[in-house]
Design a protein around this ligand. Structure first.
Ligand code: KQY
Length: 353
């Protein structure tokens, strides 16, 4: 699996419409996703998977404003809109691009999953690979999501124990079984296990909201300003692991702290127009798992969520320092966060051959 900073052929996304996860029938989320798609399309082509019902609206919203690269809309049925997790994880062998089609169970299946059913979402990766005429590795019986893994492209993988060892993913496998499956599919040699991710992250604490590589041997780690916040112990525990870890090439890791936004909650108004459905019930007491680590690298760009927080610009400045050859573009992140993720969760890079 190449690192995200390697050249992309295009980015895949899914159009949000699920009314029990996205308020007002998904309209505000569609505007937010369209802003992300357009921001990326100024750096590389984008393909958006859309249901038959939403095809005309998505095309009208996505394809009428000029962008440097095209935004294409393709009809693929989905259950929700998290292409990081339902799209393929693309891998390369120097000649060919192929895709891993992880078994998807909506972040926990019948033991804490976020909606039923998830059959259409589980079929997304296979359909994308068929459209692209790329070979597919289906992991029947092995549950994984793209947001649960981050690689440096040089043999090292970052994951969290909270997610991968959760019995709602692969209870038949222990840490060793999970490691050997990931080694085989991703061709990694070294797996670094962080204990926790972001507090109340409904994916069971995906690593892509907590920590990522920014260069070989260097990581960015979500860091709270407040020592009394429960997140502090999670970030501190990750720092301790990263401080003693060695990557696949034998390098010690340089850790760059990326501040978190202040803790956010959904307002009653934001929850009021959610439809009743099979999606997990949401309340205003739920702490939102906002994090700037959920940024996305595209060809020449860094697309990072902003929340109207003083740390928005601090995070953007740190990212500009870490990626000096790329343009940092801030996009509104709150609406996507209300649905449970952010920019990285809704995008999937397809590497250039
Ligand atoms: O973090 C992700 N990769 C996806 C978030 C999914 C949230 C579902 N409501």
């Amino acid at each position: 699996m190449p690192a995200e900073w390697e050249p992309h052929a295009q980015t895949w996304m899914v159009w949000p419409e699920r009314p029990d996860n996205w308020r007002h029938g998904g309209r505000p989320a569609q505007a937010a996703f369209a802003t992300v798609a357009r921001a990326i399309a100024n750096f590389e082509p984008v393909v958006v998977c859309v249901s038959a019902e939403q095809f005309a609206r998505a095309t009208e919203t996505l394809c009428t404003q000029p962008t440097k690269h095209p935004i294409r809309v393709v009809e693929i049925a989905t259950d929700d809109a998290w292409c990081r997790d339902t799209g393929p994880t693309f891998v390369v062998d120097g000649v060919e691009v192929r895709g891993i089609d992880w078994t998807f169970n909506a972040w926990g299946g019948h033991n804490g999953g976020l909606y039923t059913s998830w059959d259409r979402d589980d079929a997304v990766a296979g359909k994308i690979l068929a459209l692209e005429k790329l070979a597919r590795y289906r992991t029947d019986g092995f549950v994984m999501e793209g947001g649960a893994i981050h690689v440096d492209g040089e043999g090292t993988l970052l994951v969290t124990e909270a997610c991968l060892l959760n019995p709602n993913r692969n209870p038949h496998l222990g840490r060793y079984g999970i490691e050997s499956t990931l080694r085989e599919y991703l061709a990694v040699e070294k797996i670094i296990w962080l204990p926790r991710g972001i507090v109340n992250d409904e994916t069971d604490e995906h690593v892509d909201n907590m920590c990522c590589f920014c260069a070989p041997g260097e990581v960015l780690l979500a860091w709270p300003d407040d020592r009394n916040d429960p997140q502090y112990a999670c970030s501190q525990a990750a720092l301790e692991v990263l401080g003693t870890a060695v990557d696949a090439k034998g390098r010690s890791l340089k850790v760059h702290k990326l501040p978190l936004p202040a803790v956010m909650y959904a307002t009653a108004d934001e929850r009021a127009t959610l439809a009743n459905g099979s999606a997990v019930a949401r309340s205003t007491d739920d702490r939102l798992a906002g994090s700037y680590i959920n940024f996305y690298l595209c060809n020449g760009g860094v697309i990072v969520p902003k929340f109207g927080d003083p740390n928005d610009d601090v995070a953007a400045r740190i990212l500009a320092e870490r990626f000096p050859d790329r343009q940092v573009v801030q996009v509104p992140g709150r609406e996507i966060l209300l649905g449970g993720g952010n920019v990285h969760c809704i995008t999937q890079q397809q590497p250039r051959r």
